[in-house]
Write a protein that binds this ligand. Structure first.
Ligand SMILES: CC(C)(COP(=O)(O)OP(=O)(O)OC[C@H]1O[C@@H](n2cnc3c(N)ncnc32)[C@H](O)[C@@H]1OP(=O)(O)O)[C@@H](O)C(=O)NCCC(=O)NCCS
Length: 213
């Protein structure tokens, strides 16, 4: 079935505002049960719109097959500044978008407050932050993720940034870690979140990765 779905020309290009709705759908499908997905589409919509609307601060890439978005890779060049501005500018809409979730699940409030203070800081992370990469589940394993991540790293380098990092689950996440390693990312430090989630930082260094032209 997958081969049917991959028929057509895969196009990689900057992520645009008119792709936000499709990106949100892919995120929800690719990260079921994860914090941002649980917060719901309204919060995701605000975040992805910010990624699309700040091309000077963010490297944001989309993959299209037959004119349908099938994957996205997004992340800020200077994470601290990006999230600071994001929270300040979108304070009201973020509060409105997450209020129902907070009322329904009061236990999540500390986690939400932590998200508001999140600036992408990780001990072993430097450079740009790959905030999210997600491929339509129907299309996973067909080369879309590779094309997206290579384009994202090229975008980082084109902005004169020589390093990048991401965080991912440390356990039961072998496929994802293999995916990043294949593309030249290395495991960095580890840390445990306040909720007790074991995390792994992975880093990418432009100098040791000759990005394909
Ligand atoms: C992780 C993800 C982005 C990878 O994208 P993808 O399109 O499935 O991956 P690709 O088909 O481009 O694979 C690229 C390379 O990784 C390897 N790889 C991908 N998935 C793999 C798996 N499950 N097991 C082993 N290797 C794998 C491939 O073999 C391939 O190597 P090659 O090009 O040398 O043959 C995608 O699967 C996804 O969206 N997963 C859900 C969301 C997620 O976990 N995002 C990352 C969170 S940190």
């Amino acid at each position: 079935m997958k081969s049917e779905k991959t028929r057509g020309e895969l196009r990689i290009r900057p992520f645009r505002s008119d792709s936000v709705e499709q990106a949100v759908g892919i995120h929800l499908a690719a990260f079921p049960g994860f914090f941002l997905a649980r917060l719901g589409p309204r919060v995701l919509r605000i975040l992805y719109r910010e990624f699309a609307e700040r091309p000077e601060d963010v490297v944001a890439i989309e993959a299209r097959l037959n004119d349908k978005v099938v994957g996205v890779a997004v992340g800020p060049c200077r994470p601290g500044e990006f999230f600071e501005t994001f929270v300040r500018r979108r304070r009201m809409s973020l509060a409105m978008a997450s209020i129902l979730f907070m009322l329904r699940t009061p236990a999540s409030i500390p986690r939400i407050l932590r998200a508001i203070r999140y600036r992408g800081e990780v001990k072993s992370g430097r450079g740009a932050l790959l905030s999210s990469i997600a491929v339509d589940p129907e299309m996973q394993g067909t080369g879309v993720g590779r094309a997206l991540l290579e384009a994202w790293c090229r975008g980082v380098r084109e902005r004169g940034i020589e390093a990048a990092y991401l965080t991912t689950d440390r356990h039961e996440n072998e496929a994802t870690v293999i995916f990043y390693r294949r593309l030249g990312w290395e495991p960095g430090g580890t840390f445990v979140t306040r909720e007790g989630r074991d995390m792994l930082t992975m880093t990418w260094d432009a100098a040791s990765n000759i990005a394909p032209e």
